[in-house]
Design a protein around this ligand. Structure first.
Ligand SMILES: [Zn+2]
Length: 262
């Protein structure tokens, strides 16, 4: 019983942290963008990007402030972008679910848990940036590739070095990064951008199993197609769908491997 309460508390706190990191990722995305455009950084504190009003602490609480203010700036009434609230909600949901998944395992893999969360913060930033400006900052792509590499190494160390394990990891990278690199080359950046294949490399490394990579490929395209049809768009940034699919696969890894291990 006590353990059950403890588990719920950890999951709730992870979700709160996730919302805060979603907000952080959004701020950092704007900061990188303003720097890229040669504009002045608004400084350490958050400001309204329309009127420059500094946000007080109670206007800066993830999710809650957005709801209380009806998604608008209190001074100028300018609508706060959808990306902000979506990033906060997605951060909360993904951190909560991933905490639940890692806490459900017999022995808790604390290093893996931390690395996955650190990677998701970078991926959230990339998803926001891609959705807003249809590109991804290289410095953050390198960061998520390093996190993916760390997870790949951890996976090999924890399960023991085996030929099967290494082949599965290489298969995962080839399926995701390989497919998107070829699409990138042959479509001459029209279908797939440079950021997409680098993000796929990070995801391929982090998933580490070819079965998971295959599901990632299908799921990201499936979600992307549904959203594009739903929004009536012909083209959309692909980054956000790769990230949503990644979180879903990490959470459902055991189920997927149960049905797809041969
Ligand atoms: Zn304002």
């Amino acid at each position: 019983m006590v353990m059950e309460y403890l588990r719920i508390i950890v999951i709730v706190f992870s979700a709160i942290f996730g919302a805060a990191f979603g907000s952080f990722a959004c701020c950092q995305a704007w900061r990188i963008r303003l720097k890229e455009e040669g504009k002045k950084d608004p400084g350490r504190r958050s400001v309204c990007l329309n009127c420059g009003k500094r946000l007080t602490w109670y206007e800066n609480i993830p999710i809650i402030s957005w709801i209380l203010q009806g998604g608008k700036c209190r001074k100028c009434g300018k609508k706060i972008g959808k990306a902000e609230i979506l990033a906060e909600v997605f951060g909360a949901v993904s951190f909560g679910l991933i905490a639940w998944r890692f806490l459900s395992a017999g022995t808790i893999n604390y290093i893996g848990f931390s690395l996955v969360l650190l990677m998701i913060v970078g991926m959230l930033l990339l998803a926001i940036y891609d959705a807003k400006w249809q590109e991804m900052p290289v410095v953050v792509l390198v960061y998520v590739i390093i996190m993916g590499l760390a997870l790949a190494v951890l996976g090999i160390v924890q399960t023991g070095v085996s030929m099967n394990g290494i082949l599965s990891l290489l298969g995962s990278v080839a399926l995701l990064a390989g497919t998107y690199y070829l699409l990138y080359l042959f479509s001459k950046e029209r279908l797939v951008g440079e950021g997409d294949w680098m993000l796929c490399l990070a995801i391929g490394l982090a998933l580490g199993k070819w079965q998971l990579a295959l599901v990632e490929l299908f799921l990201a395209n499936f979600i992307g197609s549904i959203v594009m049809v739903g929004l009536g768009k012909k083209k959309a940034a692909f980054g956000p769908f790769l990230v949503i699919a990644f979180v879903a696969i990490v959470v459902l890894e055991d189920v997927i491997m149960h049905y797809l291990s041969f």
